[in-house]
Design a protein around this ligand. Structure first.
Ligand code: ADP
Ligand code: MG
Length: 260
């Protein structure tokens, strides 16, 4: 059972050091990583995914439950506790959704594990995240951006079923984010989002701030921010609605704006 991931601080691109000596991410935490482009966000989650041991350019180390992780975490896909969704979501696969998911389920599960109902549960989860239902017969390459992202999140959560899920700037167009965060919180996992989205950041427990390749701060979402989160969600919903109206060719105007 994994209960903590520890990041032991390292160095930046030009010699500076992470502002923290260590951060403990606990089971159940939803964490965001924020910072400008080029600030080292992807590098930090790659350190986590590789279980860095002072052997990457950052010199960081990653401990699991306070100890150096066993080698089979990296060597055996059915034992690896991490699922990573990268920025690049183009599939080489032209398989129908059903075959793609079942093949992946066989690779990620222990030999002999029962896969009954896996496909249905994964699709049901994905379909709660996107407004455009995914059909099992569709080909992977035919899915829209929103469907693809919903399927990857469902795949990481249910098929990989790993205790740690890393999402690197998974673009959020076409995803119900508040619903996604609610659903994800029902699973006992550590979720780490690299994101530029204030809505996701405010729904996280805390955020790691990066600059110039180093961690500069860890900010816990405080009472003020939690209250503010409700306003941000409303503002964001309003913008989505405007975007939909614009796409349909409607005239724009929002009486709701008077409230702001
Ligand atoms: N701590 C570090 N030490 C050395 N190079 C780093 C470090 N952090 C980031 N880099 C390098 O800086 C560049 C940008 O980092 P990246 O993680 O891709 O940023 P982001 O994901 O925030 O846009 C990459 O080439 C990466 O290898
Ligand atoms: Mg990046």
């Amino acid at each position: 059972m994994i209960h903590t991931i520890t990041i032991l601080g390292g160095r930046g691109k030009s010699g500076g050091r992470d502002a923290i000596d260590s951060i403990d991410l606990r089971m159940g935490d939803v964490v965001s990583i924020v910072g400008p482009t080029g600030s080292g966000k992807t590098t930090l989650i790659n350190d986590i995914e590789l279980f860095a041991d002072n052997n990457t350019p950052t010199g960081r180390r990653i401990l699991i439950n306070g100890e150096q992780p066993p080698p089979e975490y990296r060597d055996d896909p059915s034992r690896n506790p991490i699922a990573l969704i990268t920025q690049h979501t183009t599939f080489l696969s032209d398989l129908p959704v059903r075959e793609f998911l079942m093949t992946h389920a066989r690779i990620r599960s222990a030999p002999g594990a029962c896969l009954d109902g896996m496909l249905e549960r994964t699709l049901a989860f994905a379909n709660q995240l996107t407004g455009e239902p995914i059909l099992v017969e569709s080909r992977m390459t035919e899915l829209s951006g929103g469907q693809t992202r919903a399927m990857l999140i469902a795949d990481a959560t249910i098929i990989c079923n790993t205790p740690i899920v890393l999402l690197d700037e998974v673009e959020n167009a076409g995803i119900h984010r508040t619903r996604a965060l609610e659903l994800l919180r029902e699973y006992q996992k550590i979720f780490i989002f690299v994101t530029h989205d204030p809505r996701i950041v405010l729904l996280s427990d805390y955020r790691i701030v990066m600059q110039g390749g180093v961690i500069t701060a860890v900010l816990h979402t405080d009472e003020n921010e939690r209250r503010f989160a409700a306003h941000v969600s409303r503002l964001d919903d309003l913008l989505s609605k405007l975007r939909d109206q614009m796409r349909r060719g409607d005239r724009l105007g929002a009486p709701e704006m008077e409230e702001w």
